[in-house]
Design a protein around this ligand. Structure first.
Ligand SMILES: [Zn+2]
Length: 340
């Protein structure tokens, strides 16, 4: 059944979705609690410090999305266990997400374009020529290719074997694994494009970023921003949510998480695309930015809920309002006065 706002799925996507649903309903995937990354609470019963926002994702996968009442950050809770996610990314993710298990030249080209845009942005803050660029979760390597161009050194890592093979066919230096395999102070620029939202324990990942990036280096993070739902997802929360996204960031929430781990923001949009510098100062000396606001998240989500009304309903409400205004005007108009 198609739910309002959900995507239309291809045959491959439908198959992936049904296989995944089966693994969830027959108990093959076990769920664990996923506390708010900022407040680290979340083991309390749902409703005491969290508000349930949605119970299904854009593919129709049962996924509970909650908002932390303390800081307004959205997240999936509960989530699956680590080994279940390994199985998920190995067997279902690419099929579900893109309707294909292999990368294509077209996809690579599209990603390279995005990488070139990122290069432009990064080069305003750091000299890219000759720099060591490392991308974690590089997939087929298009973004990495776009950033390094022909004058920087690039290394990429990922777990998806088919995508890595594609990257190798484009002469990119990649390996199967995570940031843990990288040496200390080895990256001038560390890139995480559409990766951080998939990570269950971002604080551990960010401490690894801190270890790997050089003192004057930068971390580039791109995540789907909550406050960009009106721009990129037709104003529909139901198109934005997907079960593979375990934490949902606004620019402010990402900044708070990064600042708590010793980084300071150099650039940021609500897209979210953000650049962070490794702070050499002590944590308590870093000037923390504006705190994320629960009110702001709530207000925004309410707005998105209104914009979910079909156009026909909005038109009906609009004409009803015009009629009501005309009636009221006639009612209050003194007798004998005609505005024709
Ligand atoms: Zn919180």
């Amino acid at each position: 059944m198609e739910l309002p706002g959900q995507q239309k799925l291809s045959t491959i996507q439908l198959r992936a979705r049904n296989d995944l649903r089966l693994k969830i309903t027959n108990g093959q995937y076990k769920t664990v609690a996923n506390p708010c990354v900022i407040c680290e609470k979340g083991i309390e019963p749902i409703g005491s410090i969290d508000e349930v926002i949605a119970e299904i994702d854009r593919y129709g996968i049962p996924t509970q999305t909650v908002m932390c009442k303390k800081c307004g950050m959205l997240r999936t809770d509960p989530i699956f266990g680590d080994s279940d996610y390994s199985d998920f990314y190995k067997h279902h993710y690419r099929e579900l997400y893109s309707g294909a298990s292999d990368a294509t030249d077209e996809f690579f080209k599209e990603q390279t374009k995005r990488g070139k845009q990122l290069r432009k942005l990064i080069s305003k803050h750091i000299e890219i020529s000759g720099a060591d660029i490392i991308e974690v979760g590089c997939g087929a390597g298009g973004i990495l290719q776009g950033i390094i161009g022909d004058d920087a050194n690039g290394i990429g890592c990922d777990f998806g074997f088919n995508y890595l093979k594609f990257a190798q066919s484009k002469s990119l230096q990649v390996f199967q694994g995570s940031i843990e395999a990288l040496s200390n102070n080895s990256a001038d620029v560390l890139v995480y494009s559409h990766v951080l939202e998939h990570i269950a324990k971002p604080k551990i990942e960010i401490s690894e970023m801190f270890r790997v990036v050089k003192d004057n280096g930068l971390v580039v993070i791109v995540v789907p921003g909550v406050y960009s739902i009106h721009r990129h997802y037709g104003g529909r929360l139901s198109r934005y949510l997907q079960s593979a996204h375990l934490h949902h960031y606004t620019r402010e929430h990402l900044r708070a998480v990064m600042e708590n781990s010793g980084f300071s923001e150099r650039y940021g949009t609500q897209g979210v695309t953000a650049l962070f510098a490794k702070e050499t100062k002590a944590l308590n000396e870093i000037n923390l930015g504006t705190k994320p606001s629960t009110k702001k998240t709530k207000r925004y989500l309410k707005l998105m809920l209104i914009s979910r009304l079909p156009l026909s309903v909005l038109l009906f409400l609009y004409t009803f309002l015009l009629d009501a205004l005309a009636t009221a005007r006639r009612f209050f108009m003194p007798d004998g006065v005609n505005d024709d």
